[in-house]
Write a protein that binds this ligand. Structure first.
Ligand code: CTP
Length: 407
């Protein structure tokens, strides 16, 4: 990559326990070929030593407004150098200051001085985040064109549970790379080998209603499919995720079509698949559904016979239906097996007219809801074993294989 092509991202770090995650964000951006410079607030230096970022970036870390004797207007030079200014983590205080043009340190002065796109990844206690004052500041910043990487919900450092967690570094990196791509970064320089490809991913379980309150479903967190969708989007593909009900946030830059039942999944997937280059079917589609979906709740003591004899009918097979109707698309299915993994996967490859089956072994302790997995890639020409690693890493390896198969 020439230095002309290389983009510079200025990472602003403010004082929050999530400041340590900024080190991984810096590394992730660097791995994608981006030059990174760092500016920290005084409070941030209480959480992570600036030396960490000095060592990671091999660049001086911006701290005080008057620290650099060589550069008396450091905020202006930093602001001009940046192709994008990312503030991560961004505290409520820094957000409030930027929202109102208060520029009382190097980070906030640079935020005011830059003409580059500014992205903000807030991180704070849930009540601070939900506070109407903070929400008003967010709306104000958005109205000025600043972009937000929404905080995740979950367990917060303060012990509370709610929205306010800094998203995973990979997700922040993906959002920044996508924004840089929009700002005309060379696609090759960012490893965007799927640029121009349209990819559909099915993910999550389907739920099949018995009555308005009961349903049958399959065990599935959707994590694998979401990781694949996220990785494909990061690598430049236009991705549509057809997803059953899951507790996961939509990956950055991915269109999500939410469905409930297998039949809805097939209906939603059909037109998307027709316009696709690659279809990846990771959903744990329920094989059967109740023959009847009742409008009224079945009551114990009154509908005992119905409750004890729920007739089931077979659902359509989304992968087999679309695999057998494919017209040039590369089709990747999954196989969740408790035994004879490879044998069963080979049978599914043929029966569902897939080009590859990603096979994994499932069981009481294995796979469901876990972040790690071990899989076999089964194609007509043989098998490849991918040893246990994170679903995120596996997602990239599966996409590498898909690229090598000519997608
Ligand atoms: N699949 C599908 N629609 C179904 C059932 C499965 O699209 N109604 C897809 C899954 O998304 C996966 C592949 O088919 O890509 C295999 O799913 P799996 O549950 O392993 O196998 P089944 O086909 O359901 O067969 P069995 O349960 O007998 O192993």
């Amino acid at each position: 990559m020439t230095s002309e092509q290389q983009k510079t991202v200025l990472v602003g770090i403010s004082g929050c326990i999530a400041a340590y995650k900024a080190a991984e964000i810096v590394r992730g951006l660097q791995k994608a070929g981006v030059r990174v410079k760092v500016v920290m607030t005084d409070h941030a230096t209480h959480f992570v030593d600036p030396l960490t970022f000095r060592a990671l970036t091999n660049e001086p870390v911006g701290l005080g407004l008057f620290d650099d004797p060589q550069d008396p207007i450091h905020h202006i030079s930093l602001a001009q150098e940046a192709d994008l200014f990312l503030i991560a983590p961004c505290t409520a205080n820094v957000m409030a200051k930027v929202a109102h043009g208060i520029a009382d340190d190097l980070l906030t002065t640079t935020a005011l001085a830059t003409t580059a796109p500014v992205m903000i990844a807030p991180a704070m206690n849930v009540h601070m985040y939900k506070n109407p004052i903070t929400q008003d500041n967010i709306a104000r910043l958005k109205s000025f064109g600043l972009e937000f990487i929404e905080p995740d919900a979950g367990y917060l450092a303060c012990g509370e549970v709610g929205q306010g967690r800094l998203p995973e570094p990979e997700d922040i990196v993906a959002a920044v790379l996508q924004k840089l791509e929009g700002a005309k970064t060379s696609s090759d320089s960012l490893g965007r080998d799927l640029a121009g490809k349209r990819i559909m991913v099915t993910a999550g379980p389907t739920v099949e209603a018995i009555d308005p309150v009961r349903y049958i479903t399959n065990r599935s967190s959707g994590k694998f499919g979401y990781a694949i969708a996220e990785a494909a989007a990061r690598r430049g593909a236009q991705v549509t995720l057809v997803s059953g009900p899951v507790a996961l946030a939509a990956p950055q830059g991915v269109e999500v079509i939410s469905v409930e039942s297998a039949r809805e999944m097939l209906e939603a997937a059909k037109p998307v698949f027709e316009g696709c280059d690659v279809g990846i079917f990771s959903a744990a589609v329920a094989d059967v559904r109740p023959a009847q979906q009742l409008d009224k709740k079945l009551k114990k003591g009154i509908n005992d016979a119905e409750l004890q004899n729920i007739a089931l009918v077979e659902n359509p097979d989304v992968l087999a239906t679309l695999g057998n109707a494919k017209q040039g698309q590369l089709v990747v299915g999954f196989a969740a097996e408790t035994n004879d993994v490879l044998d069963n996967a080979r049978k599914k490859l043929t029966k569902k007219n897939a080009d590859m089956i990603v096979a994994n072994e499932v069981g009481s302790e294995k796979v469901f809801g876990k972040d790690d997995d071990e899989v076999w890639l089964v194609t007509a020409s043989g098998e490849e074993h991918l040893p246990s690693t994170s679903k995120r890493e596996l997602a990239d390896m599966i996409l590498d294989k898909i690229v090598s198969m000519g997608a």
